[in-house]
Ligand binder design. Structure first.
Ligand SMILES: Cc1cc2nc3c(=O)[nH]c(=O)nc-3n(C[C@H](O)[C@H](O)[C@H](O)COP(=O)(O)OP(=O)(O)OC[C@H]3O[C@@H](n4cnc5c(N)ncnc54)[C@H](O)[C@@H]3O)c2cc1C
Length: 454
């Protein structure tokens, strides 16, 4: 019994790992010449530097358990600081206390932060007295947050925080898909602020860090996995078909077709659509509707003496409404004090989000210059960076637009009908973060091993 997993990002590698743990023979086929997908660690002056994800959720078990299983638990490390800032209304302001994915549970703290105007605070506080809004089946983030808390909180807090996770825009993202806890609270309670406060009181306090990284870089997770499972690099998959005898055939670019019992597509929805088009036009049509946003990450290194700002936090987010190229600036050497190549201080500047494609027109030099200029403006910096690394991530962030979960369900149903044994895991489907990808992988391995046993 053999399972073919297509794609050696974290989702595909973790799927193969859990299948292998259950005694199932699994091979991972990867189009590129490296494993890891979006998980990527580079080096600057011999120091490991994440240019893709640098943390995962620490309070859900999935990624943490996987690290333990792989013997990486001693290298799990929490960021040295989690105080985030917002570059809002002309200056850097600390994110107010008591935020639930950008929803301010404490209007006084919101007022003190200055992140929104006094009118914006008053409008947000109205949530406490407004009547319940009749929930629509699948509202956008802005439908719900705008109605309950007003435009300013939406634009200056919720859009940067929720949108920042997937480079998305709140008027298109499905609240149910990107923030299921907020969506559940919205449906359950009249007031979002009161409802979320009540739920927070019920949750037991936790001293587990909200986010965790890996000493030596996040790619240690995927490279450790890749060393433990069977991965075939430079093996692109063109399509999956079903034989008359009901077996699955994976058509490999420049290679012999592989017959198998089950196929897990751990690739972006656009790639999965192309692979199943011949066998299931319906699944392909649903998958092809997922849009993607491109981002670029420029890590800029400065002499510590040139850094006039204390960098007392993990960095800042930039609301879309201010029209800047910079979307976020991580104070990397404050967040990860060990990451100081050559003693330099690092700022990790991000650009690009859904609806803002300006990075495509900038070469690396221009991108560095523009991002440095904007970061310098926020931080009062006079000196230029002495080194820079640019990582571009075209079409990296799947957009969970309104209707997303319904489309994934529909694609899975069509596959079950027309290409049975073919399934989907990964960031394009049921959660973009590393922890969600590992959860999907573990659940899929369980489903497959359950099917094989019956
Ligand atoms: C800059 C950046 C920062 C991020 N920060 C965080 C963070 O801090 N925390 C967090 O939790 N998440 C973060 N994310 C999100 C997270 O990294 C990704 O969502 C996740 O790694 C995606 O994993 P995946 O396995 O689903 O897909 P991918 O990593 O995209 O892997 C898919 C693999 O499939 C391969 N493939 C594609 N087509 C084919 C084909 N035809 N045949 C064979 N193989 C194919 C690809 O080459 C790729 O290796 C970040 C992402 C980016 C880009």
């Amino acid at each position: 019994m053999r399972v073919v997993v297509v794609g050696a990002g974290i989702a595909g590698l973790a799927t193969a790992w859990y299948l292998q743990q259950a005694g199932v023979d699994a091979v991972v086929l990867e189009a590129s010449n490296r494993a890891g997908g979006k998980v990527r660690t580079r080096e600057l002056d011999g120091v490991a530097l994440d240019v893709g994800p640098d943390t995962f959720l620490g309070r859900t078990p999935w990624a943490v358990d996987l690290c333990r299983e792989l013997g990486l638990d001693d290298d799990l490390v929490a960021p040295a600081t989690t105080q985030a800032w917002l570059w809002s209304r002309g200056q850097l302001r600390p994110l107010p206390d008591g935020l639930a994915l950008g929803v301010p549970l404490n209007p006084l703290a919101l007022a003190r932060s200055g992140v929104v105007s006094p009118e914006g605070v008053a409008r947000a506080a109205l949530d406490v007295v407004l009547p319940q809004i009749k929930p629509r089946a699948d509202p956008s983030v802005s439908d719900v947050i705008g109605d309950r808390l007003g435009r300013e909180v939406l634009d200056r807090l919720v859009d940067p925080l929720i949108g920042g996770i997937n480079a998305g825009r709140s008027d298109r993202l499905s609240l149910a898909a990107v923030a299921p806890d907020l969506f559940a609270a919205f449906r359950r309670h009249r007031s979002l602020i009161l409802g979320l406060r009540g739920e927070r009181r019920k949750a037991p306090p936790s001293d587990v860090p909200l986010f965790l990284g890996l000493r030596g870089g996040m790619e240690r997770l995927t490279s450790t996995l890749a060393a433990k499972v069977d991965v075939s690099l430079s093996t692109g998959v063109d399509g999956v078909e079903r034989t008359d005898a009901g077996r699955l055939v994976v058509n490999v670019h420049d290679g012999a077709p592989i017959e198998t019992d089950a196929v897990v597509l751990a690739v972006p929805a656009s790639a999965a659509a192309a692979m199943v088009r011949g066998a299931s036009a319906k699944a392909a049509a649903e998958l092809a509707q997922t849009r993607f946003a491109s981002v670029a990450v420029a890590t800029l290194a400065y002499r510590p003496d040139d850094m006039v700002h204390p960098l007392n936090g993990s960095g800042f987010l930039v609301p879309r409404v201010d029209g800047r190229l910079l979307t976020a600036c991580t104070w990397f050497s404050s967040k990860w004090p060990d990451v100081r190549p050559g003693g330099l201080t690092l700022l990790r500047c991000s650009a690009g989000r859904d609806g803002d494609e300006r990075i495509a027109d900038l070469d690396d030099g221009d991108l560095i210059a523009r991002l440095h200029a904007e970061a310098a403006d926020a931080l009062g910096l006079q000196a230029a960076p002495v080194e820079a690394i640019v990582a571009r991530w075209p079409n990296a962030f799947p957009q969970y637009d309104v209707g997303h979960l319904g489309r994934v369900d529909a694609a899975e149903r069509a596959l079950a009908r027309e290409l049975p044994g073919t399934t989907l895991v990964g960031a394009s489907y049921r959660g973009v973060g590393i922890a969600s990808c590992v959860r999907q992988a573990k659940e899929m391995a369980r489903r497959i091993t359950g099917t094989l046993r019956t």
